[in-house]
Design a protein around this ligand. Structure first.
Ligand code: NZQ
Ligand code: ZN
Length: 388
């Protein structure tokens, strides 16, 4: 087990009715609030009215930054940051899914940044000073409510770049706000949660029992609760478990004491979203089983880890290691299919046209040379091709 650092300064209010903490969460920062949200789901669900009532009753001055896109664009960050400067904003309130929260994180830093904000997104310049961020989460997926990361896209350069920005000061996580999430986004979000776990679980470190136990529990929780949430969108218990799974999965906690892995599926998926603007979790669900088959073939040393996955997560048993591994990956692929997630890139109208340049970008600075099983550009192209 390796050394690790734990430092998550975010306070989470979890559960039905936790919006009652919104006023106190904002009040300590000031009265000028930038309200950031997406394309209108919060208006349709009634959450916008709830939030506005609290803000009006609390005497806040509210400036709105709406229309934040899924796979949020740098142009939205620019818009939000200039609103913060113009209106002397004290605190940013993000109400939405990972895209809205991510965009808000970059806005919080952009509010203090002088210069080109895409340059900020590409580097670590200006990521230290940030406005405080409070969020109300409406989709269980990214874990953005409990980490300092954000992923911002630039349509002009076809880039989608993850970076660290700022932690939310407070995240309000009420599972009832996810009742209105579509089946497609519910399934995609859950695939994202699972991928955050896979990215850390498939590591060379075999003796970090706490981390592996948490990881396996989160995977089993998602596989139990996602089918329930798809059938009964307002099943509180299922939605609550998925929401708690979301927050912990990307927090680093399931990777305590483990060697870093390069998060290869995320590196490959961000290229798919950058070029084709697809839903992040869908890209991950398509890539993951193919990546698994590819790395087991490439490096048989990782079989021990895959057998652990087959037994502890997928509930399989048997002596034949290869059969166990293949069976577990097939079952995972079938699980995603049964949840209504497309299973090939072809279904998303993606061809091999850009695979080479996407693979080069995914592996920029040779970053996947240190992945759990190191990947070359050629490997990545092969994995993309196996997804067609
Ligand atoms: O924009 P609105 O109208 O709000 O609609 C959204 C959007 O169309 C809708 N939605 C959200 N909550 C809803 C709802 N619809 C009905 N009822 C609700 N309660 O769902 C659609 C997708 O929303 P989005 O925020 O894009 O989804 P998600 O939370 O999956 O976020 C995806 C983004 O986060 C990034 C992804 O790359 C992608 O850009 N990630 C962020 C990470 C992080 N910060 O740590 C890590 C992840 O690996 C990921 O890369
Ligand atoms: Zn993700």
């Amino acid at each position: 087990m390796l050394n690790f650092t734990h430092d998550i300064p975010t306070k989470i209010y979890f559960g039905k009715g936790s919006i009652s903490h919104l006023d106190e969460a904002l009040n300590s920062f000031g009265k000028n609030v930038l309200l950031a949200y997406g394309g209108g789901s919060i208006k349709r669900s009634g959450l916008y009215d709830t939030v506005m009532e609290i803000l009006n009753n609390g005497g806040y001055n509210v400036v709105e930054c709406s229309g934040i896109e899924p796979n949020p664009r740098i142009t939205s960050v620019e818009k939000g940051a200039s609103l913060c400067k113009e209106h002397h904003i004290d605190v940013v309130l993000a109400v939405g899914g990972g895209s809205t929260i991510d965009c808000a994180k970059a806005i919080c830093c952009g509010a203090y940044y002088e210069g080109d904000l895409w340059q900020m997104a590409k580097t670590h310049e200006g990521h230290r000073k940030a406005l405080p961020l409070v969020d109300v989460l409406t989709l269980s997926a990214t874990g953005s409510e409990y980490d300092d990361g954000a992923v911002i896209s630039n349509l002009e350069t076809k880039e989608k770049l993850g970076n660290t920005y700022t932690f939310p000061s407070v995240s309000i996580c009420d599972p009832t706000y996810t009742y209105s999430v579509s089946q497609y986004q519910t399934a995609a979000g859950s695939a994202d949660i699972m991928s955050h776990i896979f990215e850390g679980y498939f590591s060379e470190t075999m003796d970090s029992d706490l981390a592996d136990g948490i990881a396996e529990t989160v995977l089993k929780s998602v596989m139990k609760n996602l089918p329930i949430a798809l059938k009964e969108p307002d099943n509180y218990s299922a939605r609550a478990n998925l929401m708690a799974d979301s927050s912990i999965a990307c927090s680093g906690i399931p990777e305590y004491g483990k060697a870093s892995t390069g998060w290869p599926c995320h590196a490959m998926e961000h290229e798919l979203s950058a070029y084709y603007d697809i839903t992040h979790g869908v890209g991950l669900a398509i890539l993951t089983p193919r990546w698994m088959r590819y790395i087991v073939e490439k490096d048989p040393a990782c079989k021990e880890r895959f057998v652990k996955f087959a037994k502890n997560v997928m509930g399989l048993d048997g002596e034949d290691e290869d059969a166990l591994i293949q069976h577990s990956i097939d079952d995972l692929e079938q699980f995603f299919k049964d949840c209504g997630i497309p299973s090939t890139l072809t279904e998303l109208n993606i061809t091999d046209e850009y695979f080479e340049e996407m693979a080069k970008h995914a592996n920029r600075n040779n970053r996947l040379a240190n992945a759990y099983v190191p990947l070359t550009v050629e490997d990545i192209v092969n994995i993309y091709k196996n997804c067609l």
